[in-house]
Design a protein around this ligand. Structure first.
Ligand code: AMP
Length: 423
């Protein structure tokens, strides 16, 4: 097994890493760091939680150290990230790894005043971490010049594309100097990402740590079948029974997240919501409280949670199953970070069983079922041969399912209607 010393990193970096308590490079670090130090472009298939930030941050810092142009600080490395939270985390990692190095880095993202960002940029920086929108804004206003960028990192490329950043990325790529080193990280590798990678990586080396291999071994996963309207009662029971001190609950929608926080509150369980409708200040505050252990639960949507790196998350709840199977892997990856183990519970109602099929196909195994709970609902179990994907509700031709729904009589029918109005 390799160690950090054998990777060829400078003493100043090794000291910072050792201060952090890292003894062994993670697989993505062991593979990426030598390639990047060697000047290669890298296409990395890896998700957050694998140590990928250090996999690019350490080589970037090493290069800056090796060719120190201290008289004039110009942006030499640009890291693009899809969300503010992730950008802030990457920047925070740069602070940690560069603590013995004379370099400046800065993070910029939208949703907050640009003034302090512009002021820091004026002083000159070596490494810029940015979300695409704010980067383009500040470039167009003439506050940012990218003509000295030697190192370009596109992080979470799949999420970038999901969030509609492709045009922004293309604009930014056009402005960057031709001669530079590139790195693209993505948790998945659909054709759209492969095409994007081909468009700007040169003779890239592939480092593939795709989720199938890494998910899930250290995470104890279970699935609970339940009616939609019983999920709230079930989650209250589960949180109390498991004495959850640091857990993340995922809902599909922002409203769902807000509603659940209120319902948990009524049951005496403190939780904070984190999603795209919350102001940046509220998101940062919620995350900080959660990190410090002042609130035991975050209720999050996928986009807001992506990349959240909080140590010691013991439980992840999929209150709603995600409609993209990859999101399940990202979600449960919030626990079991950096070698620790974790517990992931997923709730599946009868409209979500197709999603469960998709998830089980992706991870290549059946998730163990917990059925000895008060709200177990047989009807939500996928039928033999069921196809992955969304179950269309209230369709006449889906007679089996509708009949089963009817079996529970008008009370459930009414409750379902009420729920669907509120959705
Ligand atoms: P990342 O995938 O970059 O978000 O990193 C996930 C977590 O792993 C962060 O909390 C890092 O501080 C931690 N980490 C990264 N590399 C190592 C390592 N080699 N040993 C132990 N922890 C690490």
């Amino acid at each position: 097994m390799s160690n950090f010393e054998s990777l060829g990193l400078s003493k100043k970096l090794l000291r910072a890493i050792s201060d952090e308590g890292y003894d062994t490079p993670t697989p993505v670090q062991a593979q990426c760091i030598p390639l990047l130090l060697d000047g290669k472009d890298v296409l990395g298939v890896a998700q957050t939680g694998t140590g990928k930030t250090a996999a690019f941050a350490l080589p970037v810092l090493q290069k800056i150290l090796e060719k120190n142009i201290s008289h004039k600080r110009q942006i030499r490395a640009l890291i693009l990230s899809p969300t503010r939270e992730l950008a802030a985390q990457i920047d925070e990692r740069f602070s940690v790894y560069s603590k013995y190095i004379d370099m400046r880095h800065k993070v910029i993202f939208g949703g907050v005043s640009q003034k302090p960002q512009v002021q820091s940029l004026r002083k000159g920086i070596d490494v810029l971490v940015a979300t695409p929108g704010r980067l383009l804004d500040l470039m167009q206003q003439g506050h940012i010049h990218l003509n000295n960028v030697e190192f370009f990192v596109l992080d979470e490329a799949d999420r970038m594309l999901d969030m509609g950043f492709i045009r922004d990325i293309k604009k930014i790529l056009k402005i960057l100097p031709r001669k530079r080193q590139n790195l693209l990280f993505s948790a998945t590798m659909p054709t759209s990402i492969a095409n994007l990678a081909n468009s700007f990586l040169n003779d890239a080396q592939m480092v593939d740590l795709s989720p199938k291999e890494i998910t899930v071994d250290r995470i104890e996963q279970s699935i609970l079948f339940v009616r939609k309207e019983d999920k709230r009662k079930l989650i209250v029971n589960m949180i109390k029974e498991n004495n959850v001190k640091k857990g993340i609950v995922f809902t599909r929608t922002k409203h769902g997240a807000n509603r659940l926080v209120k319902q948990l509150d009524k049951a005496g369980i403190e939780a904070l919501a984190i999603h795209g409708n919350k102001s940046q200040g509220a998101r940062t505050k919620a995350l900080e409280k959660f990190k410090l252990g002042n609130v035991p639960l975050l209720v999050a949507t996928d986009i807001a949670s992506r990349g959240i790196d909080v140590e010691g998350v013991t439980h992840v709840f999929n209150f709603d199953l995600p409609n993209e199977p990859e999101s399940y892997v990202h979600r449960i990856g919030r626990t079991a970070r950096a070698g620790k183990s974790g517990i992931a519970f997923a709730f599946c109602d009868d409209s979500e069983s197709g999603y469960l099929v998709g998830i089980q196909n992706l991870i290549g195994k059946k998730i163990p079922v917990i059925d000895d709970h008060s709200f177990h609902f047989e009807n939500a179990i996928p039928k033999p041969g069921q196809k992955p994907g969304k179950i269309k509700e209230n369709k006449n031709n889906n007679s089996n399912r509708n009949n089963n729904n009817r079996k529970y009589g008008s009370k459930d029918g009414n409750r379902n209607n009420k729920n669907s109005r509120r959705r």
